[in-house]
Design a protein around this ligand. Structure first.
Ligand SMILES: [Zn+2]
Length: 178
């Protein structure tokens, strides 16, 4: 009997130490009505995260020179490659006709290596980007990872220069379809 009383005393004491009920008119410094509604859609949240994702500064600087649709697709391409541990950067975006002409001259009428096959590139007008693979600070030109970039780019609806034949193969190059 004494043991039961002790137990009841403990139970009672325990309930006294429990959380106090909140008074309905208790004054609170913040009003709940002013709190913004929480996000309700999980897929919208993940989409928002994807659109908020930022590439490295060099890529963002070059992406800013191309049309908005390509900015979005190019960033998504970089994001997916980064998720696979591959560091690609946008190393070229929009070019003026003068810039393209100068590139075309390289390796033809001017010294250097041939880097383009056309004077009528989709870079003019901001409808093409070049992606370069990096290993630390060093560009890597010969890698199977360009095929992976090409596959993801095509999945996103971009035209990949790696498909071009007849001396026109341009693996770093992606452009919006005509
Ligand atoms: Zn290109």
């Amino acid at each position: 009997m004494k043991a039961l009383l002790t137990w009841l005393n403990r139970l009672f004491a325990g309930s006294q130490n429990g959380p106090q009920p909140t008074l309905p008119n208790s004054s609170s410094p913040s009003k709940k009505s002013s709190t913004p509604a929480p996000s309700t859609n999980a897929s919208a949240t993940s989409e928002a995260k994807a659109s908020e994702w930022q590439a490295d500064p060099r890529s963002e600087k070059n992406l800013a020179t191309v049309v908005p649709q390509l900015q979005k697709l190019g960033r998504e391409l970089l994001r997916r490659l980064a998720a696979e541990g591959l560091t690609f950067k946008v190393t070229s975006g929009n070019r003026t006709q003068a810039e393209q002409d100068a590139l075309y001259a390289q390796g033809r009428t001017k010294p250097g290596k041939v880097v383009t096959w056309t004077r009528k590139s989709r870079h003019i007008g901001g409808r093409a980007i070049d992606l370069t693979l990096f290993s630390g600070k060093n560009p890597v030109w010969d890698s199977k990872h360009y095929d992976r970039a090409g596959a993801i780019g095509e999945e996103l609806g971009l035209v990949w220069g790696g498909r071009w034949r007849g001396g026109k193969t341009d693996r770093p190059h992606f452009e919006l379809p005509a």
